[in-house]
Design a protein around this ligand. Structure first.
Ligand code: ATP
Ligand code: MG
Length: 248
């Protein structure tokens, strides 16, 4: 369905753009989602468009947190739904997490479209439509979550979350895992585990680590969690951007 030559040097990036465009056409992704995509691409370019060692360590820590959680929830917005719907379903199954649709610009149509899209990709239960609880400290529409979903969660994965809501969730005492290509964004900075990587690579990588850790004891999982250094991970990403990755 995509007319992008596979040998094109920017194949991945063109494919990603195409998926986001399709997301907008299907009513899944907002127009702001297009802008977020552009910003993400710029950071991905600067990072070398690959999973760095520190992003991989963050992905492993994320997997350990999700496996240790009482109630893990994976939050899905319009860009996430357009880019990695099947991968989010797979991750939810690997760690026993709920999927919850959570939008910055909430409309019932877009909520329904995303929930349907996730179900098409194998999700059995999608939360977010009840919206019967709110995150303290946010304006009405943006605060809405499900009482038996994000509101109750102890660990939440919020890919591409906006900074305000990321901070509000952290304020509620939740362990927050953020996927964001910008190590300077408020979302990445308020996360317990910032994964500075493209969601296209990060989500399957967390799943891979979760499968690898499936038989680990709680003690081993806690070791993985404790050996992760969030400040060092942010610094490593920033250093890579500043020092560059050479000619491409
Ligand atoms: P804040 O400081 O509130 O966090 P922001 O600048 O991050 O604000 P947005 O532009 O809405 O606000 O956020 C988009 C974020 O998502 C950017 O940081 C961008 O790097 C990131 N992003 C976009 N596409 C991807 C992607 N495919 N994978 C990972 N991160 C992405
Ligand atoms: Mg952000």
């Amino acid at each position: 369905d995509v007319d992008v030559p596979e040998d094109h040097p920017r194949y991945e990036s063109l494919l990603t753009r195409h998926r986001i465009e399709e997301g907008v056409e299907k009513g899944i992704t907002s127009k702001q989602g297009l802008i977020a995509e552009g910003r993400g691409e710029a950071f991905d370019y600067l990072l070398g468009e690959e999973t760095t060692e520190s992003a991989d360590a963050a992905a492993r820590a994320a997997a350990a947190h999700l496996l240790l959680a009482r109630h893990p929830v994976l939050s899905v917005n319009g860009n996430v739904a357009a880019l990695v719907p099947g991968e989010m379903v797979e991750l939810s199954e690997a760690v026993g997490a709920d999927l919850e649709v959570n939008l910055f610009n909430r409309t019932e149509e877009r909520m329904e479209a995303i929930a349907a899209h996730l179900r098409e990709h194998g999700a059995s239960d999608v939360k977010g439509l009840a919206a019967d609880a709110s995150i303290p400290g946010l304006s009405h529409e943006r605060a809405k979550v499900d009482a038996d979903g994000i509101y109750d969660a102890d660990v939440v994965l919020v890919p591409l979350e906006d900074g305000d809501r990321a901070a509000a969730l952290a304020e509620m005492g939740k362990t927050e895992i953020v996927v964001d290509l910008n190590p300077m964004s408020r979302s990445a900075r308020s996360a317990a585990v910032p994964i500075i990587d493209n969601i296209l690579r990060a989500v399957p990588n967390v799943t891979r680590h979760a499968r690898d850790l499936a038989d680990a004891s709680d003690e081993e999982l806690r070791d993985v969690v404790e050996s992760f250094d969030r400040t060092a991970a942010l610094a490593a990403a920033e250093r890579r951007i500043r020092e560059g990755v050479g000619d491409r």
